[in-house]
Design a protein around this ligand. Structure first.
Ligand code: ADP
Length: 271
């Protein structure tokens, strides 16, 4: 597809251990394309595939891209990126562009969790990141699905049907899987076990840091499991804001940072 557009386009790529997210924006910050794919084992190839798909979605050509910023676990693997930024910076930038207020971001991703505190100007006040352990992450949920012989996309609808949560006491993913087997043997319902696993994710996240002000939840786990967000809101006793396309806030932030790089005269609001 060809285009005669003169407008500059910017690209943000967030290569997570589980999913690659890519966003194209125009020079006014408007989103032109969004792509999410499994990262697989060849991050460079996945980034290329996502870019090709996004260019087609937006109806533009590669030469129109005036800048690309990559982020995420595989950010060094994006051959077409001009710069890399940390996930914390990109998530903060993406969320603030969508919400525009002081907030506490809770990002529940495939391989790690982040809690980021932003002030009313979008500046980062502090952050915590758990990368050491799969407990409380999407990887934990994927393991539970595997143990129950289900696809990860089946978990949320099943958890919705649970009458109660079957409590998982184990902190560790490996022990939690053994515990699940014991619950199944005792005849506990699968729906309740899944809901218990969701509760366990929330417990691990809440252990990381204190939450202040408005809570904004993002990440693939949040995007695909509305039940987790409802349980989180119940647990903290207040509403939780979900931005549009919550799995893509890091990629959006990366694209916005690519645009800022090309406008050096503009005051930096990088968080
Ligand atoms: P990362 O950046 O670490 O790759 P993401 O924020 O993209 O992580 O989230 C990936 C997680 O999202 C997966 O581990 C999985 O738990 C969840 N997920 C992704 N796709 C689906 C789906 N179709 N159904 C349910 N959960 C999903």
């Amino acid at each position: 597809m060809s285009s005669s557009r003169a407008e500059a386009i910017f690209c943000g790529v967030d290569i997570g251990a589980s999913a690659t997210k890519l966003v194209l924006i125009g020079d006014q910050g408007q989103v032109l394309a969004r792509v999410v794919r499994h990262s697989g084992v060849d991050y460079a190839a996945t980034a290329e595939t996502c870019l090709g798909e996004a260019l087609e979605q937006a109806g533009v050509e590669r030469q129109h891209i005036a800048g690309t910023v990559s982020t995420g676990y595989g950010r060094q693997n994006v051959a077409f990126a001009d710069a890399h930024r940390t996930e914390i910076t990109c998530h903060a930038t993406g969320c603030f562009s969508l919400i525009g207020r002081a907030m506490t971001i809770i990002d529940i991703g495939g391989q790690d969790n982040k809690i980021i505190h932003l002030d009313e100007q979008g500046r980062r006040r502090s952050f915590k990141m758990n990368r050491k352990c799969a407990a409380g992450t999407g990887a934990f949920i994927e393991e539970i699905a595997l143990r129950l012989g289900l696809d990860v996309s089946q978990l949320d609808p099943l958890a919705e049907q649970a009458e109660r949560s079957v409590k998982l006491g184990s902190f560790c993913t490996v022990f939690a899987k053994t515990e699940i087997l014991a619950h199944l043997r005792q005849g506990e319902p699968v729906e309740g076990i899944i809901r218990g696993a969701f509760e366990s994710v929330i417990t691990r996240v809440l252990e990381m840091d204190t939450l202040e002000g408005e809570i904004v939840a993002t990440g693939g786990v949040v995007a695909h499991n509305p039940m987790i967000v409802r349980l989180l809101a119940e647990r903290v006793g207040r509403e939780v804001t979900i931005p549009p396309h919550p799995q893509l806030t890091g990629a959006l932030g990366a694209a916005l940072l690519a645009a800022r790089r090309s406008a050096p005269a503009a005051p930096s609001t990088e968080t």
